[in-house]
Design a protein around this ligand. Structure first.
Ligand code: C2E
Ligand code: MG
Ligand code: MG
Ligand code: MG
Length: 287
């Protein structure tokens, strides 16, 4: 009987694995058509200079609204796009769309785009960027590439060379999700980053007295300052956390307290109101 039970458990896991694999395959097939069907859109979330309380730019965040009305989260489909290499054509669309958006928003503002490891490994990335920048007639420095720490897993000369090639196009480079990966601090010095984005896992609730996160944020800010880089604290929702990260010297803040990701028309209206000046509104977290 024990043997039968074991077989049952095996069958259970095999089925579960099969279901997972076929779900991934189904998402991959649908994603392949999503671009052509106009199901992908970019939302933009304000990034605010804390000292001036002024928007300096926006992070472009992708959304997939499927034909049946369901919205698929990027954390679900970006990894599938990565594995299937669909991220390359989708990534080109993201870069072109984001450059067009910041052209409409206007000079003095930047747009930040997430670049995944496969895109980063693609030899054609600098050419893609240069043609998008010139087609939308923006300054290269109005485009910022956010590269997650995961890319650092491979500290190869190829990666270092790609950072230099990207830098030479004139775009800005930001190190995303800092603190969540396997940071190689020495490497950070060799790569030409303009900004470090402090992951929201350190920021959410950091003002709690019991939290160690303030110490972590403080040391990241110290490191960034020494290396002449800006810092953005991600995931600021409350006035207490805003006061904390401001006090610790973060130069920029991104979070629901200043605005959720929104569509381009909402961004244009927001900028129009007070020339980019914004007021922090306490956000009550749903959790
Ligand atoms: P990320 O690049 O670290 O983006 C920040 C995420 O934090 C976004 O989630 C944003 O909506 C969320 N966020 C911002 N402020 C707050 C806040 O105050 N509270 C909370 N709880 N969350 C906040 P989103 O849009 O779901 O994106 C998740 C991740 O998916 C991104 O993390 C990024 O790694 C990836 N991603 C999103 N768009 C793209 C894209 O166009 N290309 C690529 N390659 N990856 C993308
Ligand atoms: Mg990002
Ligand atoms: Mg981030
Ligand atoms: Mg993050």
């Amino acid at each position: 009987a024990a043997k039968d039970a074991g077989r049952g458990v095996y069958r259970f896991y095999a089925d579960a694995m099969h279901n997972q694999a076929s779900e991934r395959k189904a998402i991959e097939d649908a994603l392949r058509d999503a671009l052509a069907k106009d199901e992908l859109t970019l939302l933009y979330q304000p990034i605010v200079d804390v000292a001036r309380e002024k928007i300096t730019g926006f992070e472009a965040l992708i959304r997939w609204r499927r034909g049946d009305g369901k919205v698929v989260s990027p954390s679900k489909f970006i990894p599938i796009a990565e594995e299937s290499n669909l991220i390359v054509p989708i990534g080109e669309w993201i870069i072109r769309t984001a450059c067009d958006a910041v052209a409409r928003i206007g000079p003095g503002y930047r747009v930040a785009v997430n670049v995944s490891p496969r895109q980063f490994a693609n030899e054609k990335l600098p050419a893609t960027i240069m043609s998008a920048v010139s087609a939308s007639r923006i300054e290269p420095a109005q485009l910022e590439l956010e590269i997650t720490e995961g890319v650092f897993l491979d500290e190869s000369p190829e990666n270092l060379a790609m950072f230099q090639r990207l830098k030479r196009t004139g775009v800005r480079l930001a190190l995303d999700d800092f603190g969540t990966g396997y940071s190689a601090l020495g490497y950070l010095k060799k790569a030409p980053f303009d900004k470090i984005k402090i992951d929201q896992s350190f920021v959410l609730g950091a003002a709690d007295k019991s939290s160690m996160n303030a110490a972590i944020i403080s040391s990241i800010v110290g490191l960034a300052t020494a290396l002449d880089m800006e810092t953005t604290a991600e995931g600021v929702e409350t006035h207490d956390d805003l006061a904390l990260v401001r006090g610790l010297g973060c130069s920029h803040v991104q979070g629901y307290i200043y605005g959720k990701p929104m569509d381009l028309d909402e961004i244009l209206a927001l900028i129009g109101e007070k020339d980019g000046h914004v007021v922090a509104r306490g956000y009550k977290s749903a959790r």
